[in-house]
Design a protein around this ligand. Structure first.
Ligand code: G16
Length: 539
């Protein structure tokens, strides 16, 4: 039976860089999920004939939220939901299901790389029929709707059994529970040279993939161990847990510590990788060697012709403005299109749909291609394995040869977390006002040639987006400032530093970037305004 239930609006349901992301306890408030979902359904409008995919990364509250969403979808007239078994679905797998089956969109229940559990974070990503997250115009309309919502519709029925594969019906809506892994594996087999990677493992190559107790465990076990023949146990933390076993599922040098310690030990396997909560981020490591995400994008792009799906050519490549410019040199060498977009994967979607780009990536450990409309953690790992299989070279050799050929963009990100939002907004606003006065100024040997906000003009829909502030120097160095759009409370100031070198290729990045860090701190008055002498997280 369909019920219409009265509710009162929440005022904090504005989506960030990637959907709605809040503390679990905020989301657990009465009707919080219901209000947000009803706002989405209201903005979409007529739901008759529409099919959506639904799943999540298994974090705390997924099981409760998913049942609410199923019952609300049915009550709002959705024709069909395709749901991952037991409610599991990675973000890239969900995008693939939308595209492959021409669905109208989907919902991934995840706060991505943020920690889970009752004291952690929860989130909802809403994708439209493009397979990517909805554009800002749609998320703005949804937010406006959340401010005026008065009631929501829900079916008063028992919970759906999501452990059973196959078809069911609920309040007149069709439900299909699918294996979350199969379609994704098929897609990967059609992109990469699985035979070559199998041979690599058969010849004794070793890897460690850290699934961080999040959603990619079952995907990674099936692909790396069962199909490609990596030895059993190559995938660690492989069972998705509601609190990720206490891990912070952010694949970087700080939070993937267990993997990093292993890879930097004498007994490390040949190759190491980690994914985040919902499987769209990746980190790549070799023996005692870390590849920055910016370099990874450049290296993958440079080696496109080693991959069966791309060997006949690629359209172009894009990166977020905050990502290092390493890939720009590769694009130039291959004479392919090159784009810089604001932070947020959704900005790549138009470029992929219009065949301007094939590859894209971000400094925040995201790499992907137009096979789907989300970044894809396992895809990036397979790409690296395919290059290693084709060249017989190690991660370090591949990266060092790349630097030799193109020079090296030393790159680091400094995060100042938990800042009062008023202080953070003021810092950015004052800095923006200061930028025009910085042009032409010298800071030691650094000469500023351009200081301006980053404004992106989308060549497809002609929209303009402002995101972050960029200071460029005569030697090609850059400082980028922006506020994170994925936090669940307070503000995080991100300061991104980059310096290009053609001769000193083996230095400690911090040593190379230290002067630039001091300049960045001074220009934005970071310590005076935030009380922080140094960053909380450095990646
Ligand atoms: C999300 C977006 C990414 C973006 C990242 C930035 O990642 O999908 O495209 O790069 O946020 O985060 P911030 O605004 O905090 O710098 P994810 O993995 O959280 O979905």
């Amino acid at each position: 039976m369909i019920q219409t239930i009265q509710t009162k609006p929440y005022t904090d349901q504005k989506m960030g860089t990637a959907g709605l992301r809040r503390k679990s306890k905020v989301v657990m408030q009465e009707h919080y999920i219901e209000n947000f979902m009803q706002a989405i359904f209201d903005v979409i409008g007529n739901l008759k004939g529409k099919t959506y995919v639904l799943g999540g990364d298994g974090r705390f509250y997924n099981d409760i939220a998913i049942q609410k969403i199923i019952k609300m979808a049915a009550a709002n007239g959705v024709t069909k939901l395709v749901i991952g078994q037991n409610g599991f679905l990675s973000t890239p797998a969900s995008s693939n299901i939308i595209l492959k089956n021409h669905l109208d969109g989907g919902f991934v229940l995840s706060a991505s790389h943020n920690p889970g559990g009752e004291n952690g974070d929860f989130g909802i990503k809403y994708a439209n029929q493009s397979g990517g997250q909805c554009p800002s115009s749609v998320s703005d309309a949804i937010y406006q709707r959340t401010l005026t919502i008065k009631e929501f519709k829900i079916c008063d029925t028992p919970d759906v059994d999501l452990s059973k594969l196959g078809h069911q019906e609920l309040c007149g809506m069709e439900i299909e529970v699918i294996d979350p892994v199969t379609d994704y594996v098929d897609m990967m087999e059609n992109i990469f040279d699985f035979a070559a990677i199998k041979k690599l493992f058969a010849n004794g190559f070793t890897m460690c993939f850290d699934a961080m107790n999040a959603v990619t465990g079952p995907y990674a076990k099936r692909i790396f161990e069962d199909i490609l023949g990596a030895r059993q146990g190559s995938v660690v933390n492989a069972t998705p847990l509601p609190d990720f076993g206490g891990l912070h599922p952010d694949p970087n040098l700080l939070y993937a510590k267990e993997l990093v310690d292993l890879m930097f030990s004498d007994k490390s396997p040949n190759f190491g990788a980690a994914n985040d909560g919902d499987g769209d981020r990746n980190m790549i490591l070799g023996h005692k060697f870390f590849v920055t995400p910016s370099d990874s994008l450049a290296i993958l792009t440079d080696n496109f012709d080693l991959i069966p799906a791309y060997k006949n050519g690629i359209f172009g490549v894009a990166k977020s403005a905050a990502t290092s410019t390493a890939v720009s040199r590769v694009a130039k060498a291959h004479n392919i299109g090159y784009y810089e977009v604001p932070t947020g994967w959704k900005y790549f979607v138009n470029l992929m749909d219009s065949k301007r780009i094939t590859f894209c990536g971000e400094e925040s450990f995201g790499t992907g291609s137009s096979h789907i409309r989300e970044k894809d953690g396992i895809w990036a790992v397979l790409f690296w394995l395919n290059i290693i299989a084709a060249t017989g070279k190690s991660v370090e050799e591949i990266t060092r040869e790349h630097w030799k050929k193109y020079g090296r963009s030393y790159y680091m990100r400094f995060d100042f977390e938990g800042i009062d939002t008023v202080v953070a907004d003021r810092l950015m606003a004052d800095l923006e006002n200061k930028l025009p006065h910085l042009n032409g100024k010298d800071y030691g040997s650094y000469h500023i040639t351009e200081a301006a906000p980053f404004i992106y003009h989308d060549p497809v829909d002609n929209s303009d987006t402002k995101n972050g502030l960029i200071i460029k120097f005569a030697d090609g160095s850059r400082i980028v400032y922006r506020l994170s759009g994925t936090g669940s409370s307070g503000a995080t100031l991100r300061v991104y530093l980059e310096k290009y070198e053609t001769a000193n290729l083996s230095e400690d990045p911090l040593k190379i970037l230290n002067d630039l860090l001091q300049i960045a701190m001074e220009i934005a008055e970071v310590s005076q305004r935030t009380g922080k002498q140094q960053a909380d997280v450095i990646t």
